[in-house]
Design a protein. Structure first.
Length: 149
């Protein structure tokens, strides 16, 4: 926890008391750092730099695995759509969901023909922004926005 001894808004005692409380209750990796005799405004830069450097030292590289969305969904057209939306995929999809801008599933079904190309009738839906979620096995992929006009 960074603190400045001349901070006129947040007393440095807060950091000392918090440190004591945390270590008394079992925290092992807690430390206090006196950033210097700075005012509240001047304390921001050394404190933020210190915390940034701490998080940089803790980060670990990660690798994404799996199939990317653009490899599954070849095309969705027309967009904007009026009545019928055509979906073309690179793999057979098990089922689908159409989701509105509020995150509510408003249409769902199965790809009973197990085709890589199928159509959805959206003529009965209100105009707006929607997202298509396709399920393949245990995975699902969500399209970019679909505009219904």
């Amino acid at each position: 926890m960074y603190y400045c001894t001349e901070d006129e808004q947040v007393t440095f005692d807060n950091s000392i008391k918090a440190f004591d409380y945390m270590t008394t209750n079992g925290a092992e990796n807690v430390d206090t750092v006196n950033a210097g005799p700075f005012s509240h405004g001047a304390c921001v830069l050394p404190s933020m730099t210190g915390i940034y450097n701490l998080f940089q030292s803790l980060k670990t590289p990660c690798t994404l695995t799996g199939i990317q969305e653009n490899q599954i969904i070849s095309s969705i057209y027309p967009n904007p759509v009026h009545d019928h939306l055509t979906i073309v995929t690179t793999e057979n999809t098990d089922r689908y969901e159409l989701i509105n801008a509020l995150g509510q599933v408003i249409l769902n079904g199965t790809n009973s023909n197990n085709n890589r190309q199928f159509e959805l009738n959206l003529g009965h839906l209100e105009n707006g922004v929607y997202f298509l979620r396709l399920f393949i096995g245990d995975s699902y992929f969500t399209s970019k926005s679909i505009l219904k006009m």
